[in-house]
Design a protein around this ligand. Structure first.
Ligand code: AR6
Length: 170
């Protein structure tokens, strides 16, 4: 089941919350800032351990940590692409960010997962194209597996919410 919510991803109870992180895994602005702020220092502690082990997270990949004080068990940190001109593999990298987050969630027996609109803030990915990629990747993935039961797209800004609604109603 795919759901659409307008709001703050840190407030919604699910098994795993996806974070639109950067390769350093050390936090930042936007949704990343909100997740670390509300989740507390345990998230950064796990991120530092991952950095020590594998040196951060490449664009399109995903890693998993505790969710600290958030109403979730895990945070899955993925790194979306920075939008340049659309000719630098951005679409495929965004697809990979969603796909690898879902794969890691299923591997950890996550039944419910929430996604922010990865790359559409500071990273400047066009919102319409990003929504199509997000929805298509999730639809394809969930039909092929039996672990993840519920995927929630959490739109913080009205523009993203307005872009997602008609695509999900198709
Ligand atoms: N809940 C849900 N969505 C949110 C929230 C929230 N609390 N806050 C913002 N958004 P962005 P990016 C939405 O910029 O473009 C960070 O500094 C926002 O409206 O958070 O992938 C990282 O460390 C937008 O639609 O992520 C990276 O350096 C969406 O989240 C960089 O930003 C994504 O916007 C990643 O940039």
């Amino acid at each position: 089941m795919i759901e659409l919510i307008k709001g703050d991803i840190t407030k919604i109870a699910v098994d795993a919350i996806v974070n639109a992180a950067n390769s350093s895994l050390l936090g930042g602005g936007g949704v990343d800032g909100a997740i670390h702020r509300d989740g507390g220092p345990a998230i950064l502690e796990d991120c530092r351990k991952i950095r020590a082990r594998q040196g951060g997270c490449k664009t399109g990949e995903a890693v998993i940590t505790t969710a600290g004080n958030l109403p979730a068990q895990y945070v899955i940190h993925t790194v979306g692409p920075v939008w340049q001109n659309g000719q630098q593999g951005e679409k495929e990298l965004l697809r990979q960010a969603y796909y690898n987050s879902l794969k890691l969630a299923a591997k950890n027996n996550v039944l419910s997962i929430s996604f922010p609109n990865i790359s559409t803030g500071i990273y400047g990915f066009p919102k319409g194209q990003a929504a199509s990629i997000a929805i298509q990747t999730v639809r394809e993935f969930i039909t092929k597996q039996a672990i993840i039961q519920r995927v929630i797209f959490v739109c913080f800004d009205e523009e993203n919410h307005a872009v997602y609604q008609p695509i999900l109603e198709e």
